[in-house]
Design a protein around this ligand. Structure first.
Ligand code: GLN
Length: 537
């Protein structure tokens, strides 16, 4: 693996310190200095991928171009870097074991006892090396999920230790992220948990090179010195990471702390010019000082856990910045919406977004939200299940098909306006078997979709099993629900719009996965713009 440098990011003290954001921020800074960077996440759970996890467990499942169902941190990587990730960027313990066990069955280890060391650790190392070996990256950042000291992290830490030995000095770096809690009684930031967590790493044979210390207030010089001395890192390698108002400020905070410079000097890489990050600063500036404001309602059934809709809420932030607009998102539980309270819950909104989802919990509330938006001319943006709800609602209330439904919710409905895709009928295994990843879509000339995208040929990512039932296509078209996006190969309906409505769009795909800081997604941008228009009307 000549040339490629490897950075490992581990976490200590507690989970949820934001390793993903620190990794993405560092990558952003290195990219701005001219390096080709990618980020990989190793997750120590036994699911082969997070596709089978309930969003309450682990937040959103992020889908890559190549159709991998991955950890939501990959969304941050793409949003910050603007570079697509792939299956290789997210590896779980489940996938590692599956590969090793499959090889064992094939006879690849004939005669040998298959063990965590060396077989599991070898497979982990192979996965780390894969991205470097593509030759596409100067630097590969590998984030190790979980917290150091967890039993399940051990094989990863050992694999990193061996990997670093193999690539040799100057080619690797370990960044350890910790927390300095503030003790009110003594008025101090405490360093002991950090020291202990570094000790834990040392026990596994890893000496961190850089410590990124989360704190809710500036770390005094003496504390920095103490951390450096007792954790055996250079003085400039204790990096303060203060709580930020927005995740998009973190690259600037890290630049101020010179994280990128320390990394480059330790990796013996040229520093190149200090990047101005003008676009990035502009973005933050607009984010913090918006000229307009709107309120959008996000109707979903996982709203208690905001991470379940991470990419959607980030895409809304990007679109708000583009429109110089502060977007307040009201999180509306779909189980709480019904015909009796729709006016009270939704009447004040400038726009309504009905979120993706699975199963029938909360579905009636989503249908009610689609009806309310349709009847009151409120900008409507239905994503995946949100599009399917718009179709079901239209079937029931405009086309008079009582009980119209998706066969996902009612397999014996008289009007299956949304039905299982042909290729899905034979699928029995749940993991990784949906229609996943990027597919082409052809837009209708003159449609709202075409106007938003400014082109007729688009590609978007998918994650679903059900589709618009083309047997009803004519009825819908005639009654004013237009199908304005079609997959050119399969004829599947990818987008619907409502005639005579200011802006009503449902898309079968997930545009949110493609919105980045540098390229906010056109549908979200247009949705916010139309919501602003309604707000000022
Ligand atoms: N449950 C629906 C389907 O499988 C929608 C999926 C989604 O919203 N991602 O088709």
């Amino acid at each position: 693996m000549p040339g490629t440098k490897y950075i490992f990011v581990t976490g200590g003290v507690t989970s949820s310190l934001g390793k993903g954001i620190i990794s993405a921020s560092l990558a952003t800074l290195l990219q701005a200095r001219g390096y080709r960077v990618t980020i990989q996440k190793l997750d120590p759970y036994i699911n082969v991928d997070p596709g089978t996890l309930n969003p309450y467990e682990h937040g959103e499942c992020y889908v890559t171009e190549d159709g991998a169902e991955t950890d939501l941190d990959l969304g941050h990587y793409e949003r910050f870097l603007g570079v697509p990730t792939s299956q290789a960027n997210n590896v779980t313990t489940g996938r590692i074991y599956q590969t090793v066990i499959n090889k064992e069955r094939e006879g690849a280890f004939l005669g040998k006892t298959v063990q965590v060391i060396p077989h599991i650790t070898d497979e982990i190392k192979r996965r780390i090396r894969l991205l470097g070996e593509t030759g596409e990256y100067d630097i590969v950042i590998t984030e190790i999920g979980g917290t150091v000291g967890d039993i399940e992290s051990l094989p990863y830490i050992e694999a990193v230790r061996q990997f670093n030995w193999e690539v040799g000095p100057g080619n690797h770096l370990v960044i350890h992220l910790t927390l300095l809690p503030y003790l009110r009684t003594t008025g101090e930031l405490k360093t002991k948990p950090t020291q202990h967590s570094v000790k834990m790493l040392l026990e596994s044979g890893l000496q961190p090179d850089i410590l990124v210390c989360r704190a809710d207030r500036p770390i005094p010089k003496e504390q920095r010195m103490k951390i450096a001395l007792f954790c055996n890192v250079t003085k400039n390698a204790v990096i303060e990471s203060l709580d930020a108002e927005s995740i998009y400020e973190v690259p600037l905070l890290m630049q101020k702390e010179k994280l990128d410079e320390v990394v480059l000097s330790k990796l013996k890489l040229k520093k190149n010019d200090v990047p101005e990050l003008k676009d990035w600063r502009n973005f933050i500036d607009k984010l913090k000082n918006p000229a307009h404001k709107v309120t959008l309602g996000l109707v979903g059934k996982y709203v208690e856990l905001k991470d379940a809709y991470k990419s959607i809420s980030e895409a809304i932030i990007h679109a708000g910045v583009t429109n110089d607009c502060k977007v307040t998102v009201e999180w509306i539980h779909s189980e709480d919406v019904n015909a009796g309270n729709a006016e009270r819950k939704l009447g004040h909104l400038n726009g309504i977004l009905v979120a993706p989802g699975f199963g029938d919990r909360g579905i009636e509330g989503k249908l009610e939200a689609a009806r309310f938006a349709r009847e009151h001319g409120i900008p409507y943006f239905g994503i995946c299940l949100g599009m399917q709800c718009a179709v079901i609602e239209f079937g029931r209330n405009v086309l008079g098909m009582k009980g119209a439904n998706s066969t996902e919710m009612n397999a014996s409905t008289k009007f299956p306006v949304i039905a299982i895709m042909e290729e899905q009928k034979k699928v029995t295994r749940k993991g990784g078997t949906m229609r996943l990843g990027a597919y082409q879509c052809k837009l209708e000339k003159g449609s709202l979709m075409a106007e938003a995208y400014g082109t007729l040929n688009i590609t978007e990512r998918h994650r679903h099993r059900y589709e618009f039932n083309n047997a009803y296509l004519k009825d819908y078209q005639k009654a004013g629900m237009k199908t304005t996006g079609i997959n050119p190969d399969s004829g599947l309906v990818e987008a619907v719009e409502l005639e005579g409505h200011p802006w009503f769009i449902g898309v079968q795909f997930h545009p949110e996965y493609r919105s980045t800081v540098a390229k906010p997604h056109p549908l979200f941008v247009k949705f916010v713009e139309m919501a602003m228009k309604r707000g000022t009307a």
